[in-house]
Design a protein. Sequence first.
Length: 232
Amino acid sequence: MATVLVADDDRHIREIVRFALEKAGHKVMEAADGAAALEQVRNRPVDLVVLDIIMPEDDGLEVCRKLRQERRVPILFLSSRDEEVDRVLGLELGADDYVTKPFSPRELVARVKAVLRRSGAAGGEADEPRPVRRGPLTLDPTRHRCTWSSADVPLTATEFALLHSLMVTPGRVYSRNELVDKAWGYGHHITDRTVDSHIRRMRRKFDQVGADPIETVYGVGYRVRECDDIVA
C-alpha cells in the first residue's frame, strides 16, 4: 500500500481518483490547491503525488518545480488534452508521467502502479536488484541512487527506469518505443517527445557533474556508451 496525495481543485475529480486508488489498496490524501499540496508533502510522508496542472494558489507546474528542488517524490500530472505544451513543460520540470482528462480510473491506477514500481515504493517479494555499474556510472535500484564517481545524480523514478534500461546492455541502441515498453510497460501511449524530454533532463543533470554517458543515435534512438568510452 502506498500513500498518494491527490491535488486537484475539482472535488469531483478528487473523489473519482480517491475511490479508484483506495479500491486498489492505496491510502489517499487530498489537496484542493497547490499551496495545500506543498504543505502536505512537506509535513507528511507521501509516496506519489497526482497533480492537476490548473490549480489556484500555485498551479501544478509551480508545485512540481518546488517539489523537485526539495525531494524526489514521484509526480503524475493530470492535464486536459489542450494543454500539451504544459504537459511537456511538466516533464521538463521532472514529472514522471501524465494522464489526460477525461481519463479512465483504471488507466490512472495502472499509471500510478507503474510509477510506484519504477520508484521502488510499490514493495514486493522479489529479490533485491543488484547495482549496475558502467565505468564511473553506478545505479543502485534498491536505494534509488545514481552516482557518477562519487557525485550523486538526483534522478526521478522515470529517469532512473530509462537509464537502467539503457545500462543493462551498454552499447545497444534502444528505440524510443522500446524504451517506452521497458520504462513504462506495454500498452502506454507515450510519445517520442515525452521520451526525449526525460532524456534531455537527464543529460542536464549529468552535465552538472561533468558527465555525458548517454549517446543519441540519430534516426534510431539512444544508448549508454561502452565502458571504454565512459571516463571519469
